[in-house]
Ligand binder design. Sequence first.
Ligand SMILES: Nc1ncnc2c1ncn2[C@@H]1O[C@H](COP(=O)(O)OP(=O)(O)O)[C@@H](O)[C@H]1O
Ligand SMILES: [Mg+2]
Length: 323
Amino acid sequence: MGKLRVALLSGGISSEREVSIRSGNQVYEALDKAKYEVTRYDPATDLERLVAEASCIDVAFVILHGPYGEDGTVQGFLDLLHIPYQGSGVLGSALGMDKWTSKRLYKEAGLPVPPFKVLMKGQSFDAEALAVKPGFPLVVKPRYGGSSIGTSVVRTPEQLQKALDCAFEYGPDVILEAYVKGTEITGGVIGNDDLELLPIVEIIPESNYTFFDYEAKYKQGATCEICPARISPVLSDRAQAYAAAAHQALCCSGYSRTDMIIHDETIYVLETNTIPGMTPVSLFPSAAKTAGISFSQLLDRLIGLALENRSYTSEGHKWRFSR
Ligand SMILES: Nc1ncnc2c1ncn2[C@@H]1O[C@H](COP(=O)(O)OP(=O)(O)O)[C@@H](O)[C@H]1O
Ligand SMILES: [Mg+2]
């Protein structure tokens, strides 16, 4: 059997372009060239080439973060081209990108979420009311986005406008969420129908960071990540169960990583990443490593799940059910 022809997509046009390129480079290095013939595409410039070469592609590996990459748009594009890809389909990707809809689905699934409000651009707000619910300090974040871009912690009503202006740069709706003080953790799952629950990772940014912001996420040594997290077995089991429940509530497939914060005995679910960071030292690959899955094995596994997730039309065309 010849090599599997893999289209590696990274770059794109979102504010997380740089992160995507870095992850894409690392994934390119780690993909086993004895098994895969890898061609790279940057959606910012190469969509026409992707269309032209679609019939020569067996599977796509999408390392794009944020809007126009992780939000279902590229996934729908690949569906139209009959190219299978790792991770969630159109629906799961779109839901994972939308922090407001995610919260509504988490709540429906019985998962605790911090008290929150949504503010639309131009809508007036009453700082006094916000002080009562969700209450200060607040986390202000864009409805759609990632990597903590446009996100701030606001401690007083006077700081609110600046934080809102910053978040509104990334879209028309902003989430205002009660700040949860506690232990930040993240839980990864792998699988289509049967989910493997990865060990929980504890995230501890250096003390000069107020929260796990962009710099704390990507500057080397700025954050200490401990896997398995130093939490009780009861909390660890519950966090894993929440990561699986969040994955299912958002109709994800293949893999996902759900960010959470533990306060006292309550685990609050923040958000689910449908294309988690993918350098060998990123959170999801680190958790996989603790579970005995090397970075290359993880990539093999995700490609295997992408191919398994294919369905067939009655005419025998390959296509993927957009879950
Ligand atoms: N309600 C909250 N309480 C405390 N910290 C929060 C809260 N929401 C977000 N954060 C902090 O902001 C970071 C980014 O928020 P998150 O919701 O995970 O969005 P994203 O990672 O997509 O930017 C989190 O990792 C956490 O450090
Ligand atoms: Mg996050």
